[in-house]
Design a protein around this ligand. Structure first.
Ligand code: SF4
Ligand code: SF4
Length: 477
C-alpha cells in the first residue's frame, strides 16, 4: 500500500498547545502585579505597608485571616489538579518547566541552533567546538538577563513595581530587596543551566507526594502495553531493543522501538517502563509517538489517558468521580468563604475597652446630675491617607434618653497604619433606667466613621454603659 495512504491526520502537538499556554501564563504573571484600581492592587502582599491586596481590597496584617484561605485554595487546587490530571501542573504551569523550555528549546535550540532538534533533548551539544562555546556563552548571558527579570517580577508581588523602580535608583538604600533579587537570580541561573530537570526529579517535593494522590482514573502520559508490547518486565528491566525481538514474543506488538518517545523526554526516562516519579507530564512523548505511529496509519501508543482506560481496558476515564467532586466542593466553598469575608471587610480597625472604674456621678453647679463612663478606644486607619474620625452612640430602642460624647469633643486625625489610643468619655443627664437594687449595664453600639466617608469607612462595636443604682444618684441630689 502507498505509504501516503497509510498516514492518518496528526493532531496539533501538545507541545504547541503548551507553548501558547506558557505565553499566556508568562504574560499573566508579568502583568498581574501592575493591575491596580485607586492604589489597590489585584494581588500584592506588601512588605512595606504590611498589607495584603486581594481583588482591589486591602487587608491589614491584623486581618490576614484571608491568607490561610488563599494558601488552602492554592494547595487544594494543586492536589485536585493532580488527582485529575497527574503532574499536569509540572508540565503546563510550573515556572521550572517554562524556564527550561525557554532556555533549552527557545534560546539554545531555536534561536542559537546550539542543539540540533527540539525532538532530541538527550543529545548534548559538542562543547569542544569553538562555535558551540560562543553560542553557549550567548545563551548563558541571555538567561542571566532573563533571570534578573524573572526575580524582579516575583518581587513585584511583594513590592509594587512602581516603588521597585523608584528604589532601583538607590539600590544600596534597599539592600534587602535587591539582595533577594540577586540571590533568586543566582539560583535561577544555577537551576536552569546546571541543575536542569534534576530539580524536578530530586529537589521538588511535589514529585514525592503526587504518586499517592493518583487513582486509576488519573490521566497521565501512558504507554499502551496491550498494543505496543511489554518492552520492560515486571522488575522494570528492559527486554527488547528492536521490533523484531518484541514481535518474536508478542507477534501483535506495534512498538517500532524507534525510541522517539525516549529521546524527546526532558527528564530522560522511558515512558514504556510505566509510571515514574520523574515524569513531569509534558506529553512530549505523546507527540513523538503520535508522529511515528501516524506515519504508519495508526493511533499513538503513548496517550494522555488513565490506567483504567488504557492499561486495564475497563472503559472510559471517569472525570467527575467522588474524589474530584469533593475537591470541587471544597474549593468552591473556600472561594465563596473568601468572597464573603472580603465583601464584609471593615475599612478601619477599632477595639473598645471599658475602663475599670464603672462610672462617675457628679452634680454640676447648675444642680444637674451627670453620669460618665470612660472607655479606651484603639483605632487604626487602614487606608493609605490621613483621615478624620468621630463616633456616635446608639442606645437600644427601649431606653429613653441620650448619651453624649464629652471627650473627645470633635473629630480627630489618624495617620495611616498607626494605632491611635483615645480616651472616650460618654455622659448622660437622663434617667435611663430606675433600679434600686443593682447597677444596670445598658447595651450600647458605638458607630465609628471617617468624616467624608461615612458610608464606606464605618464600623460598629458593641459595649455597655453602666448606669448606677437609683440610691447612688439620689445621694448626689
Ligand atoms: S515521559 Fe518524559 S516526555 Fe513523556 S510526559 Fe513524562 S516527562 Fe514528558
Ligand atoms: S515512539 Fe512509539 S513506537 Fe517509538 S519507541 Fe516510543 S512507543 Fe514505540
Amino acid at each position: 500500500m502507498d505509504k501516503k495512504n497509510l498516514e492518518i491526520e496528526i493532531p496539533q502537538p501538545w507541545r504547541i498547545k503548551r507553548y501558547y499556554f506558557y505565553a499566556f501564563i508568562t504574560l499573566l504573571i508579568i502583568i498581574l502585579p501592575w493591575i491596580q484600581i485607586n492604589e489597590s492592587y489585584l494581588f500584592l502582599l506588601s512588605f512595606d505597608n504590611l498589607k495584603l491586596h486581594f481583588f482591589f481590597v486591602e487587608f491589614d496584617m491584623q486581618e490576614l485571616y484571608l491568607l490561610p484561605f488563599l494558601i488552602m485554595v492554592v494547595f487544594l487546587g494543586i492536589f485536585g489538579m493532580t488527582v485529575m490530571g497527574g503532574r499536569v501542573f509540572c508540565g503546563w504551569v510550573c515556572p521550572q518547566t517554562i524556564f527550561r523550555v525557554i532556555y533549552r528549546d527557545l534560546i539554545e535550540t531555536k534561536l542559537l541552533k546550539l542543539r540540533k532538534r527540539i525532538k532530541n533533548k538527550q543529545l548534548e551539544p559538542d562543547m569542544s567546538l569553538m562555535e558551540n562555546k560562543v553560542k553557549k556563552t550567548i545563551a548563558v548571558l541571555i538567561w542571566i538577563v532573563l533571570s534578573f527579570i524573572a526575580s524582579s517580577n516575583l518581587v513585584w508581588y511583594f513590592i509594587p513595581p512602581v516603588d521597585y523602580f523608584e528604589y532601583l535608583k538607590n539600590p544600596m538604600d534597599h539592600i534587602i530587596i535587591f539582595g533577594t533579587v540577586l540571590s533568586m537570580a543566582l539560583f535561577l541561573i544555577y537551576d536552569i543551566i546546571f541543575l536542569q530537570e534534576d530539580y524536578c526529579i530530586y529537589v521538588c517535593p511535589y514529585s514525592r507526594v503526587q504518586s499517592v494522590l493518583y487513582d486509576d482514573h488519573t490521566i497521565m502520559a501512558l504507554y499502551n502495553t496491550n498494543r505496543g508490547g511489554h518492552i520492560y518486565d515486571e522488575h522494570k528491566v528492559k527486554q527488547f531493543t528492536s521490533q523484531e525481538d518484541i514481535q518474536a514474543k508478542e507477534p501483535h506488538a506495534e512498538c517500532t522501538a524507534c525510541e522517539s518517545c525516549v529521546t524527546v523526554c526532558p527528564t530522560h526516562i522511558d515512558i514504556r517502563k510505566g509510571l515514574q516519579l520523574e515524569c513531569i507530564n509534558c506529553l512530549e512523548c505523546v507527540d513523538a509517538c503520535t508522529t511515528v505511529m501516524g506515519k504508519l496509519g495508526k493511533p499513538s501508543l503513548v496517550t494522555w489517558s488513565s490506567n483504567h482506560e488504557i492499561i486495564d481496558q475497563k472503559g472510559k476515564t471517569k472525570y467527575f468521580r467522588p474524589t474530584i467532586l469533593a475537591y470541587i466542593f471544597l474549593l468552591v466553598g473556600l472561594i465563596i468563604g473568601m468572597g464573603y469575608i472580603g465583601s464584609n471587610k471593615e475599612h478601619m480597625l477599632l477595639n473598645v475597652n471599658k475602663e475599670n472604674r464603672l462610672y462617675s456621678v457628679k452634680k454640676e453647679s447648675n444642680g444637674k446630675i451627670h453620669i460618665d463612663n470612660a472607655y479606651e478606644f484603639l483605632l487604626q486607619n487602614t487606608k493609605n491617607k490621613e483621615m478624620k474620625f468621630f463616633f456616635e452612640v446608639i442606645l437600644p430602642k427601649d431606653i429613653n434618653g441620650k448619651i453624649e460624647i464629652v471627650k473627645p469633643k470633635k473629630a480627630f486625625t489618624v495617620v495611616p497604619h498607626i494605632k491611635k489610643k483615645k480616651i472616650v468619655v460618654l455622659r448622660t443627664y437622663d434617667t435611663l433606667v430606675s433600679d434600686d437594687r443593682h447597677d444596670t449595664f445598658i447595651p450600647i453600639t458605638i458607630k465609628a466613621y471617617a468624616i467624608g466617608h461615612e458610608n464606606e469607612i464605618v464600623v460598629f462595636r458593641k459595649s455597655t454603659f453602666t448606669y448606677p443604682r437609683s440610691d447612688i444618684i439620689k445621694a448626689k441630689q
